[in-house]
Design a protein. Sequence first.
Length: 164
Amino acid sequence: MENKKIHGFIYENRKINAFDIIGFTKIVKSGGELHDEIRSDGRWDILKNMNSKNKEIYGIASQDKECPIKCKENCKSCYRYTMGIADDENFIANLEYDDLFKFYVKESDWIVFKLDAENGYGELWGKDPYKMITELGYNYNWDLAIHIDVFYENNKIEFWMPVK
């Protein structure tokens, strides 16, 4: 896969088959809320130990019918953020948690932005990834209507946008 650049951000096109993520979920105003909770309370390491091979942590921002109802502030801008691990043949159940949330990610083409965790995420949103994918000749894939943050060991992040 060839890396390209747009507005200073490295990106690549990927076709990714459907897959499942299992982990913790919360209705939030910002995915950073759950990310910070999981990093500080030990669930980050628990997630990593729930898959024997794939140690990447996936953060999925999505809308569903529970979002406006369960939001503390009763706002319309809340969404579900799920942080989890790949639920594949290498998944290891953690019996301590029986309330894990399973998220099915449909097959799609994706634009994947490669970022540094320390800086880059805010800059990406400042330049509007929706406009960037349009500049690249794609439309956002509303059939999925999600974004995925993939957190890697080396403090790198990939930001995935489904496209058509």
